[in-house]
Design a protein around this ligand. Structure first.
Ligand SMILES: Cc1ncc(COP(=O)(O)O)c(C=O)c1O
Length: 374
């Protein structure tokens, strides 16, 4: 019997102009961040998100760092961060010299809980200077009330939209709701640049500052610098791939949404595997399709069961506040993030996943129920 081909969780979908644009970089000798694709990609992301300015970066983490600095975050400050997110969200706060304050997520969206954010920001002497609302796995955070809370308190709202390009909140593209929004173009994202990030904002001065900070704050061509800064600029090679990917954004989003709808139908009525919750004001980008298992052991068992059938899956995001690097960070939690931690399994979600391969995943999920005797 032939061995089954492995089905990955999320691989790049490079069926457009990626190779042609890379070849152009080589032919034109523009490989560094001074090349023209970088500005083209910036313009395109600003257009998609309906924002006035965009700054391309080497990755999303660097983008978060720049956004925090542009928001005025520094030593002595705290930044409200959901407890259920990728470590980069909290790490960027440390890079800015500040401290994450972990808040819980809502159980009906797995994004920052609005009531918790309101309560924490309302507490005296909280030192909170910014809020990072994470669009979890492509599902938008509840941006309207979070925006109002931040405006009233005079703190910045940063959308961590790492995997959420193309997601919509109340019918509008995410990215333009916060003071800043940050996208990632890492290899596992719907749109990849190999590695890369983008900060979008409507604040012209902040955009200029982030652009300078990303390039050693140098007044080129002279070697004059006005601030200690970073080498965070995206290269032309990465932007070539990213720009080609953006040409196919609508198709890739449609493919992801179709995959999600098929998984939804297959899982309907199952009590042991619950799809990630979705709110009616959200149109997720469906970067990754996630299910909640009844316990961490069940999640481990599911991942192992699928692996035996050459299907990759992954336990996604553990509560950050429970982990050693963040042990001393302040937090106010109600048990939601801790409750799902270790129980969320991400299923194969590549936009190039074939119907046959998705059917293989769904068949395995069906068998797993039987084998677990449920
Ligand atoms: C929620 C979130 N924030 C930030 C990042 C960091 O992006 P990057 O890997 O491009 O630095 C990621 C990456 O997966 C992410 O999922």
């Amino acid at each position: 019997m032939n061995a089954l081909a492995n089905i990955p969780v999320a691989i790049p979908d490079l069926r457009g102009n990626e190779a042609a644009y890379l070849a152009r970089c080589v032919a034109d000798n523009w490989v560094s961040s001074a090349g023209p694709f970088v500005a083209d990609m910036e313009r395109r992301v600003a257009e998609i998100t309906g924002t006035a300015h965009s700054v391309a970066t080497v990755n999303g983490t660097a983008g978060l760092h720049l956004a925090l600095l542009a928001a005025g975050v520094g030593p002595g400050d705290r930044v409200l961060v959901p407890d259920w997110t990728f470590a980069a969200t909290a790490n960027a706060v440390f890079h800015a010299g500040a401290e994450p304050f972990f808040a819980d997520i809502a159980d009906d969206s797995w994004t920052l809980d609005v009531a918790a954010a309101r309560r924490i920001i309302g507490q005296p002497d909280n030192r909170i200077r910014a809020v990072i609302a994470v669009h979890a796995l492509g599902h938008p955070a509840e941006l309207a009330p979070l925006g109002a809370i931040c405006r009233d308190a005079g703190v910045a709202l940063i959308e961590d939209a790492a995997g959420a390009l193309g997601a919509q909140y109340q019918g509008r593209q995410v990215g333009g709701f916060g003071d800043f929004a940050v996208f990632s173009f890492n290899g596992n994202k719907t749109v990849t640049a190999g590695g890369g990030g983008m900060v979008v904002t409507n604040n012209c001065r902040a955009a200029e500052r982030m652009r300078r900070l990303s390039a050693q704050s140098r007044e080129a061509p002279a070697y004059r610098h006005d601030e200690v800064a970073f080498n965070y600029r995206m290269t032309n090679l990465n932007a070539a791939v990213g720009l080609a990917q953006l040409e196919r954004l609508d198709d890739m989003l449609a493919a992801k949404r179709a995959l999600a709808a098929t998984y939804d139908r297959a899982l309907a009525g199952r009590a042991d595997l619950t799809p990630m919750p979705r709110r009616d004001w959200a149109l997720s980008s469906h970067w990754l399709y996630a299910v909640l298992c009844s316990s961490p052991d069940c999640a481990d068992g599911l991942v192992a069961y699928l692996a035996e059938r050459a299907i990759d899956s992954s336990i996604f995001w553990l509560s950050l506040s429970a982990q050693a690097p963040y042990a001393d960070c302040p937090r106010q939690l109600a048990g939601i993030s801790r409750g799902i931690s270790g129980r969320v399994v991400v299923l194969p979600s590549s936009s190039s996943l074939s119907p046959e391969d998705q059917a293989r995943v769904i068949a395995a999920l069906g068998m797993w129920r039987q084998s677990a005797g449920q």
